[in-house]
Design a binder for this molecule. Sequence first.
Ligand SMILES: Nc1ncnc2c1ncn2[C@@H]1O[C@H](COP(=O)(O)OP(=O)(O)O)[C@@H](O)[C@H]1O
Ligand code: SF4
Ligand SMILES: [Mg+2]
Length: 414
Amino acid sequence: MADKEELKKTSVPGEKTAEKPKKKTSYISAKESRRITKFNRKITKKLEHDREEAGKDPAYYTTKMRDPNNVVEFDNMCTYFFSDVGTVKAVDGISFDVPKCSTVGVVGESGCGKSVTSLSLMQLLQRPSGQTVGGEIRLNMGDGTALNIVNTPVEKMQELRGNSISMIFQEPMTALNPVFRIGRQVNEVIELHNPEMTEEQVKARTMEMLELVGIANKEGVYEMYPHELSGGMRQRVCIAIALACRPGLIIADEPTTALDVTIQAQILDLLQNLKDKINSSIMLITHDLGVVAGMADYVVVMYAGRVIEKGTADDIFHHPAHPYTIGLMKSKPVVGKKVEALYNIPGAVPNPVDMPNYCYFRDRCEMHCEHCSGKYPPEIRISDTHVVSCYRYFDEGEVLGYPKTVDVEELLNG
Ligand SMILES: Nc1ncnc2c1ncn2[C@@H]1O[C@H](COP(=O)(O)OP(=O)(O)O)[C@@H](O)[C@H]1O
Ligand code: SF4
Ligand SMILES: [Mg+2]
């Protein structure tokens, strides 16, 4: 017990424990704005330089998986944006795994850092302002080694994208190039990663992929432009492109948000079936709990750039532990159950430029207790598969550790 009391007092590296006085206004003076611009220029230059150096020697980006049964391991990853109003800690010390041949749902409300997590994994952040400044993202290469994506050079990333990891975006119309025929767009990916294949072999693979994603008129679609297809058909084409090289991991970022409800179900079924056919894993990013409930084996709940709860789908949907997850479950409409008004979680997400030092959910939490004014809660294991960041479980579970944040001033001067 005494140890736990000590743990509550120990400060998180780079974080002050005392409550900061809240800024009353978002106004930035000209002087402050100049200081921010100067700081951003210096730090992004340093980070770009460090990245270039690290990319020169494979020893800096070759690593080992903690568990070889995982495809990807996020380990205290921090991705920040150095913006004109200050440093936006979009993702701050998140850790979770994507096991082989499984679907991991990443859920949370808009702006909680889901897309930034997937873009960090693909190294597609808007640089130089967007930077992964801390932690590791380990990608299993299948030969006993792993790559730390954070330091992997761009040329190597180009080999991996589409080949080992591929991505399906929310808007199929913007993901496809409007001026090229569908066939050419699918061929391109296959050609790029299989230079030994002949033209006929590439076309045959494209046809095979179009058939696999349920496009009946594949010869016709091969010659069509994206605007000639419906939203659902376009998303099928995007899935064909993503799966063309049989990647170990498919990232689907809100893949059905732009589609009608009936088409949504078809696309999700398709994804799930194809994943099993090619033995891939899916990282399914969505704000829609219904989508995750139907598909995911594991669920990661994010809030304000941090993972607040993770576990199997059963843990999260039937035994939610974090007050935010409990609130999300309560706010779901249930068919056949009449209610006056749906529950909504009071308050708003804190400002990402000026996060509090205590639990990010405290100002909205109806269950907060005396410990909650202390520093940000650690990750606590409450069952073999279920981990939650909340002081309510501090005395019951095993404390795994605190999320690591990065002090950007220290990073610049260190
Ligand atoms: N290019 C950018 N510049 C500055 N801030 C950004 C940028 N992209 C995303 N952010 C910020 O990062 C946070 C997380 O965004 P995002 O990952 O897109 O959320 P979502 O969970 O809805 O996908 C938000 O606060 C957003 O404002
Ligand atoms: S740590 Fe406290 S304030 Fe934060 S979610 Fe848990 S009970 Fe609520
Ligand atoms: Mg998003």
